[in-house]
Design a protein around this ligand. Sequence first.
Ligand SMILES: Cc1cc2nc3c(=O)[nH]c(=O)nc-3n(C[C@H](O)[C@H](O)[C@H](O)COP(=O)(O)OP(=O)(O)OC[C@H]3O[C@@H](n4cnc5c(N)ncnc54)[C@H](O)[C@@H]3O)c2cc1C
Length: 407
Amino acid sequence: MQWRKGKRVAIVGGGPGGISTALAFLKKGFDVKVFERQAEPKALGGAVLLSVPVLAVLQDYGISLDNFGSHTTVAFKNNKGKMRADLPFNPIVEKAFNIKGWHYGVLRSSAFAKMLALVPEDIIQSNHSFSHYEENANSVVVHFSGGESVEADILVGADGINSKVSTQAFGDPGLFHIGLRIWLAWCDPIDGIEPNTGVISHSHKYQASYFPMLHDGKPGYEWWIVEPQKEHAPKPADVKKHVQNILKDFADPLPRFPDATDFDSQIFCWDVYNRPSLSSWSKGRVVCVGDAVHPVSPYAAYGMGMAIEDGYFLAKFLEGKDLSAVTEINNGFTRYEQERVKYVNHNVEFARKMGNIFHHQPYPLAKIRDFIYDHTPILNYMIKKDYLSEQEAMCMSMSELHVKQAG
Ligand SMILES: Cc1cc2nc3c(=O)[nH]c(=O)nc-3n(C[C@H](O)[C@H](O)[C@H](O)COP(=O)(O)OP(=O)(O)OC[C@H]3O[C@@H](n4cnc5c(N)ncnc54)[C@H](O)[C@@H]3O)c2cc1C
């Protein structure tokens, strides 16, 4: 493994953001080391929806999209099954990437395993827990808790929501619990569900949703519940009974999912934390990606996808640069931030707003909200304006990944 001055990229954290960053920089000819505190990088269990730009990036890294995920149309409904909004496909985006649809359901562990398989041996240095860094005029020295250290040209903090890199660079993140907990589950196929269709549905208090997905090429479903809940609330003794109790007020097929799910290995609880948005993700020779600078909430703030995109764009804007020169680095970081910070903060804040609207309104207001969403196109309008249009614009700007059209 080479470690040439001017090309040395040290990445702390081997999650989706760190591995994407590694793949993107390797592709651009840089020397890369990923330092992961665990014995091996692991994806949290459960399923995830990845959207077209993320698929295009993964395809660019070398992942085949055949049998990668389940292509899905998305509908927003109320808990009785009444349609409120849909997410249409944009034929221009489809044509640009030659990828059908918009959302793909995948099992996180199998998608992550495909990314890991592309990383050459020796790049990932396991059992390395970052402690701090020191920056000097010509390099950055990264220190680990065992006393080891490494000199690099840039340091990428991809160490997740409790990032030590980000805390050293930008101060305490001020994490706060957003008053939501999510039960994320997956199961094998069950009968009688319209194919390629995912539903996000709301009662006056809960969200319950499902999507088709592929896990290791096999079909199945992911399903989840968003539940308003205080920080540190105790977990229910009987999780299955708890979720069944919530799902009984939802239209078919949602109440049928728990019986198809193994509650020992196919359901995960996620207590959701956020931080105030940052206006910059870099300082000197240090830059961050993923949850280290923008932990997500549910509702389209697709954390795994955004972490993967960050790594791709960071390498794109540092391509060809001599990383010994701090001015070149800063120029690349600035372009990366111009591309990502506003866009990502918008997504995260929109997601938080949706969480508030759907789960934290007192009863009379919740009833009025539901009446409006059931009888007007407002929800449809909000989703298209605040979520889809931004994503579509980003897709069109990624022209280097567009397929060449004949003629
Ligand atoms: C239970 C749960 C369920 C989730 N479900 C979804 C979902 O369905 N959809 C979705 O889009 N997002 C989901 N998320 C969010 C998603 O996991 C993150 O947004 C995404 O993983 C961010 O990727 P990342 O690489 O930035 O950080 P992470 O995935 O957190 O990876 C950080 C890596 O850094 C390592 N690390 C941390 N500290 C150090 C250190 N000091 N030294 C070295 N290494 C270190 C960690 O071990 C880890 O491997 C979920 C999160 C949780 C907790």
